[in-house]
Design a protein around this ligand. Sequence first.
Ligand SMILES: [Zn+2]
Length: 270
Amino acid sequence: MMNELSKKIKAPSLDNTALIRDNALTLIGRLTNPQEQRIWALIPALPRKWHLQGRPVGSDLGNNCFQFRFEREEDLRRVLDNRPYHFAYWMVIIQRCEPVISTSFPSMIPFWIKIKGLPLHYWHDEMVARVGQELGTYETHELSRTTARVRVLVDGLKPLTKESIVEFDSGEESKITLEYERLEMHCSYCYSLLHSRSNCPKKRLEEIPRPSFPETKRGDKIPSSVFEERQTAKVSNPVAERNIYRASDSLRHRSEGGKERNNKTKSRRV
Ligand SMILES: [Zn+2]
């Protein structure tokens, strides 16, 4: 965070090509939920899952980021290919080191995403690839008689897309649900990987009770008839409002929970 207490230091112009080359065998990682994950515990634990020939050296980079330096390209490649990873039930973001200065690096997580609800006569390579392109950076896909899934690099700092509407040339529409394989804890309200439902800022914002008196930008007086109309509209329909909420809530549960519960790639939602 930069504020008036931060001292500014001008970086010298230097030739850092050797350093960039030196970092070619480095992976940079980021915790998604620092309240639940500890870097000092992650650094010895993560390489144990990797089963490598060499031993990568890990260290804390601050700002919830860490690095692993490798000796062998094959080891680093293998770790990248087997993403995504998680630690303490929350996802971990890992990317090859890039010479960028951005607080949002690293942010990308590759997921295999199962597409459910697509009409069978649209199980076509182009259709599956199109879904992947809409979700992030499309990498590849697998299409068989029983599964349609797509490998996509998605931005792990933004909420996931779990449902989508596909529009067909005929004008018809179909709702598809997206099942992220090896997805761990995330917010079941906004699908962010960065917090639990109980800490969801979006949910909190939407739950703020509406003001009981009408407000205008300039403090203009609202004619009493308008005021009454608003008040009546609000109190006359509380049941309907509650029902709509419940319907969408159960829809979300059905699409997310039902099928995944029996699946070994079951994800945890909190
Ligand atoms: Zn949320």
